[in-house]
Design a protein around this ligand. Structure first.
Ligand SMILES: [Zn+2]
Length: 138
């Protein structure tokens, strides 16, 4: 398994910065729409059909924004770990994360095994298992 090493920091800094600007680009226009409303001058001529469409669109945008905001937080946390040199280690078991996983998801916090456990809500067992595995190593 290839793992992250500090010589790769500039590459990952670039990946994370790129993802951050993509996410900010998604969030920026939605923020403006929420404040100003779309087509403020034409509002008087909207009929009910248009209003229904607009409402559906705003629900979709809201879900998209929530998701983007969540990912942005992960990206920012990953950039902090990159800066303090803890990047590339699983936050749960402390083992190095597979490099291919990091390339695919630069903001990921967990190794594949711990991610599975989180998705199934068994984080405590995984931590115990990891501690046990750590002690038995030479
Ligand atoms: Zn792990």
């Amino acid at each position: 398994m290839d793992t992250y090493s500090r010589t790769l920091a500039p590459r990952f800094a670039q990946l994370l910065a790129q993802r951050e600007s993509e996410l900010r680009a998604i969030l920026r226009p939605i923020g403006e729409v929420a404040v100003q409303g779309p087509g403020a001058q034409e509002r008087e001529v909207l009929d009910f059909k248009d209003m229904a469409v607009e409402e559906t669109q705003s629900v979709v945008d809201e879900a998209k924004a929530d998701h983007a905001l969540e990912e942005l937080e992960l990206v920012l946390a990953a950039r902090r770990r990159l800066a303090d040199q803890s990047y590339g280690e699983c936050l749960d078991c402390g083992e190095p994360i597979d490099l291919r996983r990091l390339v695919a998801m630069p903001a990921t916090r967990f190794c594949t095994a711990c991610q599975d456990v989180h998705e199934h809500g068994r984080a405590i067992e995984a931590r115990r298992f990891a501690n046990h595995a750590g002690k038995s190593r030479p």
